[in-house]
Design a binder for this molecule. Structure first.
Ligand code: C2E
Ligand code: MG
Ligand code: MG
Ligand code: MG
Length: 284
């Protein structure tokens, strides 16, 4: 085909390009085996309710443990989508996170705590996704009420009508829905009432300046007020400093997530006080 001959031409004349292709093929092969080899890990980051000092939910963040280090999902999710691996990886994430939350609840961190899962563009287009996630939750003995599904507008935009069907079905089955990374390139307010979201996560690009001298909090405050009118929970992402946390609290934010509150880590001990001081590690 035209594309293939074009690739070949590039490879012939651009040795650097050849290297890129080679590296990609190797990465793809490794990714195919990563699930069966047990190379994936989940790290969990708390979303704190600053009014009650309780963890509202833990967001599960996917990591790939490779021989040369740990890779964040950000660097391989696109490749996983292109190679048709997202469903397999995604279902592994659901099962692992459900199991983990059960142990956390059993350790006494409160039966109300939830787990929040990210789904990719390919997953949100999968008509069977809701029933697959529901089945796993059932098998693991976790009620859907304890599970939040995070989706970005960018992912849902690929096919908004199909995404709407999947989101409505997830909602009908009892899952909570979160719109992630709100405030980045594609966000539009119409999404908030067109889809049955329960939680809005405001991207760190909109919270970064808050609490800084001369920093603007107008966007964050405006989105908060609109969300409250719509009856949504609002999470401020990217909390890195105490002043930022205080200023957001002052504006009326309750739910916060960020390095200052707690970095993503494989496990959380029974009793933790937040925010975790910088560099502090968990007692064993
Ligand atoms: P996200 O869902 O918006 O997750 C938040 C990202 O921000 C995480 O990066 C987290 O480590 C990082 N973060 C948290 N607090 C702070 C902070 O205070 N400052 C800064 N600068 N960053 C902070 P991570 O773990 O590298 O994940 C990147 C993205 O990869 C996620 O963005 C999500 O879109 C995607 N992802 C992660 N896990 C999964 C998964 O299981 N499935 C899918 N499809 N995507 C995933
Ligand atoms: Mg997320
Ligand atoms: Mg986010
Ligand atoms: Mg983000």
């Amino acid at each position: 085909t035209a594309k293939r001959s074009k690739d070949r031409k590039i490879m012939l004349f651009e040795p650097a390009m050849h290297k890129v292709v080679e590296r990609r093929v190797a990465l793809e092969a490794a990714l195919r085996q990563a699930v069966s080899r047990g190379e994936f890990r989940l790290h969990y980051q708390p979303i704190l309710d600053v009014e009650t000092d309780r963890v509202f939910a833990y967001e599960a963040l996917l990591r790939w443990q490779r021989p040369d280090g740990i890779m964040s999902a950000r660097h391989f999710i696109d490749l996983a989508e292109e190679t048709g691996l997202t469903n397999e990886i995604g279902l592994w994430v659901v099962r692992t996170a459900c199991r983990w939350l059960k142990t956390v609840q059993a350790k006494g961190q409160g039966p109300q705590t939830k787990v929040s899962l990210n789904v990719s563009a390919a997953q949100i287009m999968t008509i069977h996704l809701p029933e697959q996630i529901a089945r796993i939750c059932r098998e693991e003995g976790l009620a859907p009420e304890h599970c939040i599904i995070e989706v970005t507008e960018q992912s849902a935009m690929v096919d908004p009508e199909r995404a709407a069907l999947v989101l409505q079905e997830l909602k009908r089955l009892g899952f909570s829905l979160a719109l992630d990374d709100f405030g980045t390139g594609y966000s539009s307010l119409s999404w908030l009432h067109k889809y049955p979201f329960d939680v809005l996560k405001i991207d760190r690009s909109l919270t970064a300046e808050v609490g800084q001298p001369g920093g603007s909090s107008k966007m964050a405050a405006g989105i908060l007020h609109l969300s409250q009118l719509l009856g949504l929970h609002v999470v401020a992402e990217g909390i890195e400093r105490q002043e930022q946390m205080d200023a957001l609290h002052q504006l009326g934010f309750r739910l916060m997530q960020g390095y200052h509150i707690g970095r993503p880590q494989p496990d959380w001990p029974m009793a933790v006080t937040f925010p975790r001081a910088e560099g502090q590690t968990s007692p064993a």
